[in-house]
Design a protein around this ligand. Structure first.
Ligand code: NZQ
Ligand code: ZN
Length: 391
Protein backbone atom coordinates (compact mmCIF):
# COMPACT_ATOMS: atom_id res chain seq x y z
CA UNK A 1 0.00 0.00 0.00
CA UNK A 2 1.27 3.48 -0.86
CA UNK A 3 1.35 6.55 1.40
CA UNK A 4 -1.77 8.69 1.24
CA UNK A 5 -3.76 11.52 2.76
CA UNK A 6 -7.53 11.35 2.90
CA UNK A 7 -9.84 14.21 3.78
CA UNK A 8 -13.57 13.70 3.41
CA UNK A 9 -15.37 16.33 5.47
CA UNK A 10 -18.85 16.06 3.92
CA UNK A 11 -21.83 15.69 6.25
CA UNK A 12 -24.35 13.22 4.78
CA UNK A 13 -28.08 13.12 5.48
CA UNK A 14 -29.48 9.93 3.92
CA UNK A 15 -33.05 8.75 3.59
CA UNK A 16 -36.68 9.64 3.00
CA UNK A 17 -37.74 13.31 3.26
CA UNK A 18 -34.25 14.48 4.22
CA UNK A 19 -34.46 17.26 1.59
CA UNK A 20 -36.83 19.10 3.93
CA UNK A 21 -33.90 19.79 6.26
CA UNK A 22 -31.73 21.58 3.69
CA UNK A 23 -32.42 25.03 5.20
CA UNK A 24 -31.23 23.78 8.57
CA UNK A 25 -28.01 22.44 7.05
CA UNK A 26 -27.32 25.61 5.05
CA UNK A 27 -27.56 27.52 8.31
CA UNK A 28 -25.37 25.01 10.16
CA UNK A 29 -22.64 25.38 7.54
CA UNK A 30 -22.69 29.16 7.56
CA UNK A 31 -24.88 30.17 4.61
CA UNK A 32 -26.98 33.33 4.76
CA UNK A 33 -27.53 34.08 1.06
CA UNK A 34 -27.90 31.09 -1.22
CA UNK A 35 -27.63 30.43 -4.94
CA UNK A 36 -29.97 27.53 -5.75
CA UNK A 37 -28.47 25.94 -8.87
CA UNK A 38 -30.33 23.29 -10.90
CA UNK A 39 -30.63 21.63 -14.29
CA UNK A 40 -33.10 21.44 -17.14
CA UNK A 41 -36.29 21.20 -15.12
CA UNK A 42 -36.65 17.75 -13.53
CA UNK A 43 -36.51 19.31 -10.05
CA UNK A 44 -39.21 21.79 -11.02
CA UNK A 45 -41.49 19.05 -12.36
CA UNK A 46 -40.95 16.77 -9.36
CA UNK A 47 -41.76 19.56 -6.88
CA UNK A 48 -38.32 19.27 -5.24
CA UNK A 49 -37.43 22.89 -5.95
CA UNK A 50 -40.53 24.08 -4.07
CA UNK A 51 -39.61 21.91 -1.08
CA UNK A 52 -36.10 23.38 -1.08
CA UNK A 53 -37.41 26.94 -1.15
CA UNK A 54 -39.90 26.17 1.63
CA UNK A 55 -37.09 24.80 3.78
CA UNK A 56 -34.92 27.90 3.19
CA UNK A 57 -37.91 30.18 3.86
CA UNK A 58 -38.55 28.37 7.13
CA UNK A 59 -35.01 29.19 8.26
CA UNK A 60 -35.33 32.79 7.02
CA UNK A 61 -32.53 32.29 4.49
CA UNK A 62 -32.54 34.51 1.40
CA UNK A 63 -31.83 32.98 -2.04
CA UNK A 64 -31.49 33.54 -5.77
CA UNK A 65 -31.92 30.89 -8.45
CA UNK A 66 -30.06 29.80 -11.55
CA UNK A 67 -31.43 26.85 -13.54
CA UNK A 68 -30.50 25.50 -16.96
CA UNK A 69 -27.45 23.30 -16.27
CA UNK A 70 -27.13 20.88 -19.18
CA UNK A 71 -25.83 17.32 -18.86
CA UNK A 72 -22.09 17.64 -19.62
CA UNK A 73 -22.23 21.14 -18.10
CA UNK A 74 -20.88 24.11 -20.02
CA UNK A 75 -18.60 27.00 -19.16
CA UNK A 76 -21.10 29.67 -20.31
CA UNK A 77 -23.49 29.06 -17.43
CA UNK A 78 -20.56 28.93 -14.99
CA UNK A 79 -19.54 32.47 -15.98
CA UNK A 80 -23.17 33.55 -15.59
CA UNK A 81 -23.30 31.96 -12.14
CA UNK A 82 -20.06 33.64 -11.03
CA UNK A 83 -21.43 37.05 -12.06
CA UNK A 84 -24.71 36.39 -10.26
CA UNK A 85 -22.97 35.26 -7.06
CA UNK A 86 -20.83 38.42 -7.00
CA UNK A 87 -23.72 40.74 -7.81
CA UNK A 88 -26.03 39.23 -5.18
CA UNK A 89 -23.37 38.69 -2.47
CA UNK A 90 -24.15 34.98 -2.34
CA UNK A 91 -22.17 33.11 0.34
CA UNK A 92 -23.42 29.52 -0.15
CA UNK A 93 -24.25 27.42 -3.22
CA UNK A 94 -26.93 24.76 -3.08
CA UNK A 95 -26.83 22.28 -5.98
CA UNK A 96 -30.16 20.54 -6.56
CA UNK A 97 -29.79 17.79 -9.16
CA UNK A 98 -27.23 15.41 -10.62
CA UNK A 99 -23.50 15.42 -11.19
CA UNK A 100 -23.77 18.09 -13.87
CA UNK A 101 -25.51 20.53 -11.55
CA UNK A 102 -23.12 19.77 -8.70
CA UNK A 103 -20.07 20.19 -10.97
CA UNK A 104 -21.37 23.49 -12.31
CA UNK A 105 -21.95 24.61 -8.70
CA UNK A 106 -18.39 23.65 -7.77
CA UNK A 107 -17.01 25.64 -10.72
CA UNK A 108 -19.03 28.69 -9.70
CA UNK A 109 -17.98 28.27 -6.06
CA UNK A 110 -14.30 28.23 -7.03
CA UNK A 111 -14.55 30.92 -9.72
CA UNK A 112 -16.44 33.38 -7.52
CA UNK A 113 -13.51 33.76 -5.10
CA UNK A 114 -10.73 33.67 -7.71
CA UNK A 115 -9.26 36.71 -9.46
CA UNK A 116 -8.43 34.94 -12.74
CA UNK A 117 -10.45 32.84 -15.20
CA UNK A 118 -12.10 29.82 -13.52
CA UNK A 119 -10.91 27.70 -16.49
CA UNK A 120 -7.37 27.83 -15.03
CA UNK A 121 -8.55 25.16 -12.58
CA UNK A 122 -9.59 22.93 -15.48
CA UNK A 123 -6.11 23.25 -16.95
CA UNK A 124 -4.49 21.79 -13.86
CA UNK A 125 -4.39 24.50 -11.17
CA UNK A 126 -5.54 23.05 -7.82
CA UNK A 127 -8.65 24.59 -6.28
CA UNK A 128 -7.61 25.83 -2.85
CA UNK A 129 -10.47 28.19 -2.07
CA UNK A 130 -14.18 28.12 -2.84
CA UNK A 131 -17.53 29.20 -1.47
CA UNK A 132 -19.18 26.45 0.59
CA UNK A 133 -21.44 24.06 -1.32
CA UNK A 134 -24.34 21.82 -0.30
CA UNK A 135 -25.97 19.25 -2.57
CA UNK A 136 -29.35 17.56 -2.88
CA UNK A 137 -28.70 14.61 -5.16
CA UNK A 138 -31.32 13.36 -7.65
CA UNK A 139 -29.33 10.68 -9.54
CA UNK A 140 -26.85 8.09 -8.31
CA UNK A 141 -23.98 8.33 -10.77
CA UNK A 142 -21.08 10.79 -10.81
CA UNK A 143 -20.33 10.69 -7.09
CA UNK A 144 -19.79 14.44 -7.12
CA UNK A 145 -21.80 14.65 -3.87
CA UNK A 146 -18.73 13.33 -2.03
CA UNK A 147 -15.87 14.00 -4.44
CA UNK A 148 -13.30 16.80 -4.71
CA UNK A 149 -13.80 16.95 -8.50
CA UNK A 150 -15.75 18.86 -11.10
CA UNK A 151 -15.96 18.26 -14.86
CA UNK A 152 -16.90 21.13 -17.20
CA UNK A 153 -16.95 21.53 -20.98
CA UNK A 154 -15.46 24.72 -22.38
CA UNK A 155 -17.71 25.75 -25.23
CA UNK A 156 -14.86 27.31 -27.18
CA UNK A 157 -13.17 24.15 -28.55
CA UNK A 158 -15.56 21.81 -26.66
CA UNK A 159 -12.82 20.71 -24.26
CA UNK A 160 -14.25 18.55 -21.47
CA UNK A 161 -11.84 18.72 -18.57
CA UNK A 162 -11.74 18.03 -14.83
CA UNK A 163 -10.60 20.14 -11.89
CA UNK A 164 -10.06 19.20 -8.28
CA UNK A 165 -9.28 20.27 -4.76
CA UNK A 166 -10.58 19.48 -1.28
CA UNK A 167 -12.02 23.02 -1.12
CA UNK A 168 -14.88 21.91 -3.41
CA UNK A 169 -15.90 18.86 -1.43
CA UNK A 170 -19.49 19.60 -0.40
CA UNK A 171 -20.09 20.74 3.20
CA UNK A 172 -23.22 18.62 3.22
CA UNK A 173 -24.99 16.27 0.82
CA UNK A 174 -28.59 15.15 1.10
CA UNK A 175 -29.26 11.72 -0.39
CA UNK A 176 -32.89 10.64 -0.58
CA UNK A 177 -33.12 7.51 -2.77
CA UNK A 178 -36.84 8.21 -3.39
CA UNK A 179 -35.83 11.30 -5.38
CA UNK A 180 -34.21 9.01 -7.97
CA UNK A 181 -37.46 7.13 -8.66
CA UNK A 182 -38.47 9.63 -11.36
CA UNK A 183 -35.40 8.85 -13.47
CA UNK A 184 -35.91 7.34 -16.93
CA UNK A 185 -34.52 3.77 -17.03
CA UNK A 186 -31.74 4.85 -19.41
CA UNK A 187 -30.46 7.49 -16.96
CA UNK A 188 -30.63 5.02 -14.06
CA UNK A 189 -28.55 2.57 -16.10
CA UNK A 190 -26.08 5.23 -17.27
CA UNK A 191 -25.63 6.29 -13.65
CA UNK A 192 -25.02 2.69 -12.56
CA UNK A 193 -22.44 2.31 -15.34
CA UNK A 194 -20.60 5.40 -14.14
CA UNK A 195 -20.51 4.01 -10.59
CA UNK A 196 -19.14 0.71 -11.91
CA UNK A 197 -16.52 2.63 -13.89
CA UNK A 198 -15.41 4.58 -10.80
CA UNK A 199 -14.85 1.22 -9.10
CA UNK A 200 -13.04 -0.39 -12.03
CA UNK A 201 -10.79 2.62 -12.62
CA UNK A 202 -9.57 2.23 -9.03
CA UNK A 203 -9.34 -1.56 -9.18
CA UNK A 204 -7.10 -1.38 -12.26
CA UNK A 205 -3.92 -0.40 -10.43
CA UNK A 206 -0.16 -0.79 -10.56
CA UNK A 207 0.04 -0.86 -6.75
CA UNK A 208 0.52 -4.12 -4.87
CA UNK A 209 -0.73 -5.38 -1.49
CA UNK A 210 -3.92 -3.32 -1.56
CA UNK A 211 -6.20 -6.00 -0.14
CA UNK A 212 -8.52 -3.75 1.86
CA UNK A 213 -9.40 -1.47 -1.05
CA UNK A 214 -9.56 -4.42 -3.48
CA UNK A 215 -12.11 -6.08 -1.21
CA UNK A 216 -14.14 -2.88 -0.71
CA UNK A 217 -14.32 -2.37 -4.47
CA UNK A 218 -15.35 -5.97 -5.05
CA UNK A 219 -18.15 -5.62 -2.47
CA UNK A 220 -19.45 -2.50 -4.19
CA UNK A 221 -19.23 -4.09 -7.65
CA UNK A 222 -21.16 -7.12 -6.39
CA UNK A 223 -23.77 -4.75 -4.95
CA UNK A 224 -24.12 -2.94 -8.29
CA UNK A 225 -24.39 -6.27 -10.10
CA UNK A 226 -27.20 -7.35 -7.79
CA UNK A 227 -29.14 -4.09 -7.38
CA UNK A 228 -29.04 -2.50 -10.83
CA UNK A 229 -31.25 -5.10 -12.58
CA UNK A 230 -33.69 -4.81 -9.64
CA UNK A 231 -34.25 -1.06 -10.16
CA UNK A 232 -34.41 -1.42 -13.93
CA UNK A 233 -37.17 -4.01 -13.46
CA UNK A 234 -38.89 -2.07 -10.67
CA UNK A 235 -38.08 1.68 -10.69
CA UNK A 236 -39.92 2.21 -7.39
CA UNK A 237 -37.76 -0.25 -5.46
CA UNK A 238 -36.62 2.10 -2.71
CA UNK A 239 -34.26 -0.36 -1.02
CA UNK A 240 -32.39 -1.22 -4.22
CA UNK A 241 -32.14 2.49 -5.06
CA UNK A 242 -30.85 3.17 -1.55
CA UNK A 243 -28.06 0.63 -1.94
CA UNK A 244 -27.09 2.03 -5.33
CA UNK A 245 -27.13 5.60 -4.05
CA UNK A 246 -24.73 4.90 -1.21
CA UNK A 247 -22.56 2.70 -3.44
CA UNK A 248 -22.30 5.67 -5.82
CA UNK A 249 -21.01 7.89 -3.04
CA UNK A 250 -18.56 5.26 -1.74
CA UNK A 251 -17.32 4.52 -5.25
CA UNK A 252 -16.05 8.04 -5.77
CA UNK A 253 -15.26 9.82 -2.50
CA UNK A 254 -11.97 7.90 -2.79
CA UNK A 255 -12.32 5.72 0.29
CA UNK A 256 -11.80 2.83 -2.18
CA UNK A 257 -8.92 4.53 -3.95
CA UNK A 258 -6.51 5.46 -1.18
CA UNK A 259 -3.05 3.92 -1.06
CA UNK A 260 -3.13 2.75 -4.66
CA UNK A 261 -2.44 4.16 -8.11
CA UNK A 262 -5.57 4.49 -10.24
CA UNK A 263 -6.33 4.20 -13.93
CA UNK A 264 -8.79 6.82 -15.37
CA UNK A 265 -7.84 6.16 -19.00
CA UNK A 266 -11.42 5.04 -19.73
CA UNK A 267 -12.79 8.28 -18.27
CA UNK A 268 -10.30 10.42 -20.16
CA UNK A 269 -11.07 8.65 -23.45
CA UNK A 270 -14.84 8.79 -22.78
CA UNK A 271 -14.87 12.50 -21.98
CA UNK A 272 -14.10 13.25 -25.64
CA UNK A 273 -17.19 11.25 -26.65
CA UNK A 274 -19.58 13.08 -24.31
CA UNK A 275 -17.96 16.40 -25.31
CA UNK A 276 -18.39 15.79 -29.06
CA UNK A 277 -21.69 13.89 -29.14
CA UNK A 278 -23.28 15.11 -25.89
CA UNK A 279 -24.05 11.50 -24.96
CA UNK A 280 -24.62 10.46 -21.34
CA UNK A 281 -21.23 9.98 -19.65
CA UNK A 282 -22.23 6.51 -18.39
CA UNK A 283 -23.35 5.40 -21.86
CA UNK A 284 -20.00 6.51 -23.25
CA UNK A 285 -18.21 4.54 -20.55
CA UNK A 286 -20.17 1.37 -21.40
CA UNK A 287 -18.61 1.46 -24.86
CA UNK A 288 -15.18 2.72 -23.76
CA UNK A 289 -14.34 0.48 -20.80
CA UNK A 290 -14.38 -2.93 -22.55
CA UNK A 291 -12.16 -1.61 -25.35
CA UNK A 292 -9.66 0.03 -23.00
CA UNK A 293 -9.52 -3.04 -20.77
CA UNK A 294 -9.00 -5.45 -23.69
CA UNK A 295 -6.27 -3.18 -25.05
CA UNK A 296 -4.43 -2.75 -21.75
CA UNK A 297 -5.00 -6.04 -19.91
CA UNK A 298 -1.64 -7.60 -20.87
CA UNK A 299 0.06 -5.00 -18.66
CA UNK A 300 -1.16 -7.00 -15.65
CA UNK A 301 -3.32 -9.91 -16.68
CA UNK A 302 -3.86 -11.11 -13.09
CA UNK A 303 -5.63 -7.85 -12.16
CA UNK A 304 -8.27 -8.59 -14.77
CA UNK A 305 -8.39 -12.31 -14.00
CA UNK A 306 -8.89 -11.54 -10.30
CA UNK A 307 -11.91 -9.29 -10.84
CA UNK A 308 -13.29 -11.81 -13.33
CA UNK A 309 -13.23 -14.55 -10.70
CA UNK A 310 -14.23 -12.54 -7.63
CA UNK A 311 -16.98 -10.40 -9.16
CA UNK A 312 -18.19 -12.14 -12.31
CA UNK A 313 -17.84 -15.72 -11.05
CA UNK A 314 -15.50 -16.86 -13.84
CA UNK A 315 -13.40 -20.01 -13.38
CA UNK A 316 -9.69 -19.26 -13.02
CA UNK A 317 -7.66 -20.78 -15.86
CA UNK A 318 -4.17 -20.88 -14.32
CA UNK A 319 -2.53 -22.07 -17.53
CA UNK A 320 -4.18 -19.29 -19.54
CA UNK A 321 -5.10 -16.38 -17.24
CA UNK A 322 -5.74 -14.19 -20.31
CA UNK A 323 -8.75 -16.38 -21.07
CA UNK A 324 -10.17 -15.67 -17.61
CA UNK A 325 -9.38 -11.96 -17.95
CA UNK A 326 -11.20 -11.78 -21.29
CA UNK A 327 -14.18 -13.68 -19.89
CA UNK A 328 -14.45 -11.10 -17.09
CA UNK A 329 -14.37 -8.19 -19.54
CA UNK A 330 -17.03 -9.89 -21.65
CA UNK A 331 -19.17 -10.49 -18.54
CA UNK A 332 -18.89 -6.78 -17.66
CA UNK A 333 -19.90 -5.74 -21.18
CA UNK A 334 -22.79 -8.24 -21.34
CA UNK A 335 -24.04 -6.91 -18.02
CA UNK A 336 -23.94 -3.30 -19.23
CA UNK A 337 -25.80 -4.25 -22.42
CA UNK A 338 -28.38 -6.15 -20.35
CA UNK A 339 -29.25 -2.97 -18.40
CA UNK A 340 -29.77 -1.03 -21.62
CA UNK A 341 -26.38 0.50 -22.35
CA UNK A 342 -24.95 0.79 -25.89
CA UNK A 343 -22.32 -1.69 -27.10
CA UNK A 344 -20.56 0.28 -29.85
CA UNK A 345 -20.04 3.62 -31.62
CA UNK A 346 -23.19 3.18 -33.72
CA UNK A 347 -25.47 2.62 -30.74
CA UNK A 348 -23.85 5.53 -28.91
CA UNK A 349 -24.27 7.91 -31.84
CA UNK A 350 -20.51 8.23 -32.48
CA UNK A 351 -18.91 8.13 -35.94
CA UNK A 352 -15.81 6.25 -37.11
CA UNK A 353 -14.77 9.15 -39.37
CA UNK A 354 -14.46 11.40 -36.31
CA UNK A 355 -11.71 9.24 -34.74
CA UNK A 356 -8.77 11.45 -35.91
CA UNK A 357 -10.53 14.50 -34.43
CA UNK A 358 -11.28 12.66 -31.15
CA UNK A 359 -7.65 11.54 -30.84
CA UNK A 360 -6.30 15.00 -31.63
CA UNK A 361 -8.36 16.69 -28.88
CA UNK A 362 -7.78 13.79 -26.47
CA UNK A 363 -3.99 13.73 -26.78
CA UNK A 364 -3.12 17.28 -27.78
CA UNK A 365 -6.09 19.50 -26.95
CA UNK A 366 -5.91 22.33 -24.43
CA UNK A 367 -2.24 21.88 -23.49
CA UNK A 368 -1.86 18.08 -23.52
CA UNK A 369 1.42 16.78 -24.91
CA UNK A 370 0.59 13.71 -27.00
CA UNK A 371 -0.16 11.06 -24.38
CA UNK A 372 -2.62 10.23 -21.60
CA UNK A 373 -1.58 8.32 -18.52
CA UNK A 374 -3.20 5.85 -16.17
CA UNK A 375 -2.67 2.12 -15.71
CA UNK A 376 -0.56 2.42 -18.86
CA UNK A 377 0.53 5.46 -20.87
CA UNK A 378 -1.28 5.72 -24.19
CA UNK A 379 -0.14 7.68 -27.24
CA UNK A 380 -2.12 8.79 -30.28
CA UNK A 381 -1.65 5.46 -32.05
CA UNK A 382 -2.89 3.54 -29.00
CA UNK A 383 -5.93 5.81 -28.63
CA UNK A 384 -6.75 5.48 -32.34
CA UNK A 385 -6.70 1.69 -31.99
CA UNK A 386 -8.88 1.84 -28.89
CA UNK A 387 -11.51 4.05 -30.55
CA UNK A 388 -11.47 1.68 -33.56
CA UNK A 389 -12.16 -1.26 -31.24
CA UNK A 390 -15.36 0.50 -30.20
CA UNK A 391 -16.72 0.75 -33.75
O1 NZQ B 1 -31.29 18.52 -16.02
P1 NZQ B 1 -32.45 17.82 -15.41
O2 NZQ B 1 -33.76 18.28 -15.91
O3 NZQ B 1 -32.38 17.77 -13.91
O4 NZQ B 1 -32.38 16.28 -15.95
C1 NZQ B 1 -31.30 15.42 -15.68
C2 NZQ B 1 -30.40 15.17 -16.89
O5 NZQ B 1 -31.13 15.26 -18.08
C3 NZQ B 1 -31.85 14.04 -15.42
N1 NZQ B 1 -32.22 13.81 -14.03
C4 NZQ B 1 -31.42 13.91 -12.94
N2 NZQ B 1 -32.10 13.53 -11.84
C5 NZQ B 1 -33.36 13.21 -12.27
C6 NZQ B 1 -33.44 13.39 -13.65
N3 NZQ B 1 -34.56 13.15 -14.36
C7 NZQ B 1 -35.64 12.71 -13.69
N4 NZQ B 1 -35.64 12.49 -12.34
C8 NZQ B 1 -34.54 12.71 -11.61
N5 NZQ B 1 -34.53 12.44 -10.29
O6 NZQ B 1 -30.78 13.15 -15.74
C9 NZQ B 1 -29.98 13.72 -16.76
C10 NZQ B 1 -28.52 13.55 -16.37
O7 NZQ B 1 -28.17 14.37 -15.27
P2 NZQ B 1 -26.63 14.65 -14.96
O8 NZQ B 1 -26.56 15.57 -13.80
O9 NZQ B 1 -25.94 15.07 -16.21
O10 NZQ B 1 -26.12 13.18 -14.59
P3 NZQ B 1 -24.86 12.64 -13.85
O11 NZQ B 1 -25.03 12.69 -12.39
O12 NZQ B 1 -24.57 11.36 -14.50
O13 NZQ B 1 -23.67 13.68 -14.19
C11 NZQ B 1 -22.92 13.56 -15.35
C12 NZQ B 1 -21.78 14.56 -15.35
O14 NZQ B 1 -20.89 14.32 -14.24
C13 NZQ B 1 -19.54 14.23 -14.75
C14 NZQ B 1 -19.76 13.62 -16.11
O15 NZQ B 1 -18.63 13.72 -16.94
C15 NZQ B 1 -20.94 14.41 -16.62
O16 NZQ B 1 -20.54 15.67 -17.10
N6 NZQ B 1 -18.71 13.50 -13.80
C16 NZQ B 1 -18.38 14.14 -12.65
C17 NZQ B 1 -17.56 13.58 -11.70
C18 NZQ B 1 -17.21 14.28 -10.44
N7 NZQ B 1 -17.56 15.55 -10.31
O17 NZQ B 1 -16.58 13.74 -9.53
C19 NZQ B 1 -16.97 12.26 -11.90
C20 NZQ B 1 -17.60 11.47 -13.00
O18 NZQ B 1 -16.68 10.53 -13.44
C21 NZQ B 1 -18.11 12.24 -14.15
O19 NZQ B 1 -17.06 12.50 -15.09
ZN1 ZN C 1 -17.55 8.96 -14.17
Amino acid sequence: MENFTFYSPTFFAFGKDTENDCGKYVRRFGGSKVLIHYGGGSVVRSGLLDLVKASLDKEGIDYVELGGVKPNPRSGLVYEGIDLVKKENVDFILAVGGGSTIDSSKAIAAGAVYDGDFWDFYQGKEIEKALPIGTILTIAAAGSEGSPNSVITKEEGMFKRGAGGDAIRPKFSILNPALTQTLPAFQTAAGATDIIAHLYERYITNSVEVEVTDRLIEALLLTMKHETPRVIADPDNYEARANIMWAGMMAHNNSCGVGRSQDWNSHTIEHELSALYDCAHGAGLAVTMPAVFRYCMDHNIMRFAQVAVRVWGCQMDFAHPEVTALEGIKALQDFLISIGMPRNFGELGAKEEDIPKLVEVLCKGDGREGTISGFVTLNEEDCTKIYKMMV
